[in-house]
Ligand binder design. Structure first.
Ligand code: CA
Length: 490
């Protein structure tokens, strides 16, 4: 049995529409593109719960959030449960995880199933991060992305050559607060980054949830997010108040130090967007460098042919789309994960697939390639056949999504829904109950339906359009079937 090595590279909050292989209009990612060009790009890879820790737990277990126990950011992962790294380790793999873990620390929450681990403390710091290496806390000097890349290179070079290996290389970047390395501090400095098409979305046809979300480019950044100096009465983590006057923004001392003024609200919003998106893309540039080094290393070690390389992110992100930053919503920019994969022995170079795959399916697929039986209690499906055969059938044409953290951050309402190839139905069940969660405050307008072929940007909620009435009945039926199959009974 020829067991491939697996290098699983994952970032935090990197949306596919900032990768050139996905047609980004705002940046280039030559090394992420190398994986796509030498292998395959998936255009419909989705997460079942668009938030950091839960997505990671789904990936490790192949189970939905309510079954793996990490439903929210506050839930620690119980490392006694079954994970795909444990199963690979048992099957003879040398396993490692380097970088972001974000599933708790100490007790049962430290990484299990890994021969080697060195993971960031909590959310992780960009500079001089505290990391937990094999149960011991240490400070590592430098920029997190470079540190994680260097450690990953060492893991590969120092591997036990008598065994196949599986390495999870998990970057902190480009997560908030988008702190950049010195190398890329001036990237895009004199450029104007294009605004997305939905930048000025007014949420006119959407439920209250979209209007009430507090992650807007114009109103919801902290001083720290935009690297602005707060006034003496404020701290960096304070939210920048909506401007009474359009004047008075002070740049950091490294910059001009001169207060900035604006002639219009649109100009102010664009100023904030430019500060945000440039730092985000600078963080992505460092990750892309690191991926290039990992790919070169596999070539130099002579193992590129025998190694599956994946690049993905724990979920997508709003890059000014709908006037937002952040994620959580079931809308496309947040739901969609980038997913590029190469494995020269089995995947023909340059392929693109629109078949639907989920973070729920990763564990099963890796086990399948390693020749390890997929446990019955895993809930996803292997997409190995899709990788090996262009004519392989889809493994699914609809998916169930659920975001549980009602009003916990950014005032986002919890919701669940179904996405098929052509439609998306979202139910803000908490909105239906009202903020207090009591039935007395019942509000009807808690559903959204998008006709994705006609409305790929999800600007027009057609739930109340009678033309869709029959479809809605079918979609609801399918959604509740998927919910039951997922064993989500709440
Ligand atoms: Ca994330």
């Amino acid at each position: 049995m020829n067991q491939p090595n697996i290098v699983f590279i994952m970032t935090d909050d990197h949306a596919s529409h900032s990768m050139s292989c996905y047609g980004s209009k705002i940046n280039v990612t030559p090394n992420m593109d190398r994986i796509a060009n030498e292998g395959m790009r998936f255009d419909n890879c989705f997460c079942t719960n668009s938030i950091c820790a839960p997505s990671r737990a789904v990936i490790l277990t192949g189970k939905h959030s309510h079954l793996n126990g990490v439903i929210t950011l506050n839930d620690e992962f119980d490392g006694r449960q079954q994970t795909f790294p444990k199963l690979l380790q048992k099957a003879g793999y040398q396993t490692g995880i380097i970088g972001k873990w974000h599933l708790g620390e100490g007790g049962y929450a430290d990484p299990t199933g890994f021969d080697y681990y060195c993971v960031l403390h909590g959310q992780g710091e960009y500079f001089d991060p505290k990391m937990r290496e094999q149960g011991e806390d240490k400070i590592f000097k430098g920029y997190a992305t470079d540190i994680i890349t260097d450690m990953s290179l060492n893991f590969i070079k120092d591997r036990d050559k008598s065994k196949p290996f599986m390495l999870m290389c998990h970057h902190k970047a480009p997560h908030r607060p988008w702190t950049v390395s010195a190398k890329y501090a001036d990237l895009y400095k004199d450029e104007e980054i294009l605004q997305p098409e939905t930048f000025d979305d007014d949420y006119a046809t959407r439920c209250d949830a979209a209007r009430e979300a507090e992650m807007r480019i114009d109103n919801d950044f902290m001083y720290r997010d935009l690297k602005l100096v707060p006034p003496p009465t404020k701290r960096p983590m304070d939210k920048i108040p909506p401007p009474d006057s359009l004047e008075g923004y002070t740049l950091t001392p490294e910059e001009t130090g001169v207060p900035v003024s604006f002639s219009s609200y649109a100009e102010l919003k664009n100023f904030k967007y430019q500060r945000y998106i440039k730092d985000y893309l600078r963080c992505v540039a460092s990750v892309d460098d690191g991926i290039g080094q990992l790919l070169d290393c596999l070539n130099e070690e002579g193992i590129a042919e025998d190694t599956i390389v994946v690049y993905t992110s724990d979920q997508g992100f709003f890059l000014g789309d709908h006037g937002w930053y952040d994620k959580r919503f079931m809308y496309e920019e947040s739901l969609r994960m980038p997913f590029v994969i190469k494995y020269p022995r089995a995947i023909k170079a340059g392929r693109v697939s629109d078949k639907m795959i989920l973070n729920l399916d990763f564990a099963e697929t890796f086990l399948d390639f390693a020749g390890v039986p997929i446990p019955d209690d895993m809930q996803g499906k292997s997409f190995r056949r899709i990788l090996e055969d262009e004519n392989a059938p889809a493994i699914q044409t609809a998916m169930y999504y659920r975001y549980w953290m009602h009003l916990a951050h950014h005032n986002i309402w919890s919701h669940y829904g179904i996405r098929t190839l052509d439609y998306k139905l979202i139910y803000y069940y908490a909105q239906a109950l009202g903020k207090s969660g009591t039935i007395d405050e019942y509000r009807e307008a808690a559903w959204e339906l998008f006709d994705l072929k006609k409305d790929p940007h999800e600007l027009n909620n057609v739930y109340d359009n009678p033309e869709y009435a029959d479809l809605i009945v079918k979609l609801k039926d399918e959604m509740y079937k998927l919910k039951a199959e997922a064993e989500d009974e709440e």
